[in-house]
Design a protein around this ligand. Sequence first.
Ligand code: SF4
Length: 403
Amino acid sequence: MSGRKIHFFLGALPGQSPLQPVESVIGIPPWDEEKKTMRGQAILKQYRQATTRDWRDWRWQMHNRVRSLPKLATLLSGRNLQPESLQATVSAYPLAITPYYLSLIHPENPADPVARQCLPDEKELLFADSFSGDPLQEDAFMPADGLLCRYDDRALALVTRTCATTCRHCNRKRQWKTADPAGFKKRIAGMARYVASRPQIREVILSGGDPLIFDDERLEFILSSFRAVGQVEILRIGSRMPAVLPMRITRSLCKMLKRFRPLWFNTQFNTAAEITPEAARACLMLQEAGIPVSNQSVLLAGVNDSEAALRDLFCGLQKITVRPYYLFHCEPVRGAAHFRTDVKEGIALMERLRTSCSGLALPQYVADLPGTAGKVPLWAASGALKRILDKHQDFFDISQQLD
Ligand code: SF4
């Protein structure tokens, strides 16, 4: 499958005009799967004695994550990175990128959406005093170490602070410099005890960091601990692995996860460039294990804040049967201000997509608000939708129909 082109995923549905890959819209050479594979091979060559078998091994990818600026500059020699100017940024917000995710960067595109999500940027240090490190006030809603309870019926278990790739727009980047506390099993047991003491909690979501950085055995321990709590009906995993390290989705992982159904899986693709054959295969393996896969994107300036980029992303996800679930408005988080977009522009983009994308491909555009306010659909603020509803008022007037 590795030689197939991304157009396979982005091609037209019957009766539709073909989707234009974003690269061709902005006038740079198309970046197809074959070239990505070649790029991957070029990066692999720089790891002495590593083989393609290593490349497909998630442990090798984790072990060889790019963690330093000199290494990054060597691997991306064509991009003119200036390590000296980025040192302060990575001291504040550490760097980690899997070789796989690095290979998705188009070497000739200065505005590459993958690069923008994972390469450090001096802009991360701007507006440090104007934004909070914890815009959702999560730290105030932790009744047990690592357990976030903002709603009555759900609990979020922050099981680690580590991720395969540090996304520069992350709303938990405040945690990157702190190692996971010792006593893994004790912590999980403490969270499970708290959940058991609150009978109204029916769903537990594993998050972090990325829960899939753990091996299958540890993951199984976490899932068993929460499954053992009688009233917990639903388990959910939030993980970016299908986008940044799809090799983590192995047969043995899927076999183990299958035993914990009903289990839902939410991932985060933010650009069609991340929907590679490897990513598609990872999502398919989860689906074949009976685990529905949904996607939560973030609307990010310079990554996906155009109609073409969002359509490519949403339709690409639909083609690999991953349901676009949420499109989050980027939160006012310290270190990610340069990713923010105007909410009015976000609403206008979704208005345009409403008539040009199938409903199955359209996520809800929401703002996650601080504390217990929760996720608010931003459609409610759409003037254009209100005008359409006003125009068709008769359609809803029950008394008129009953006369
Ligand atoms: S994988 Fe999630 S938690 Fe980790 S850096 Fe990316 S957005 Fe943040």
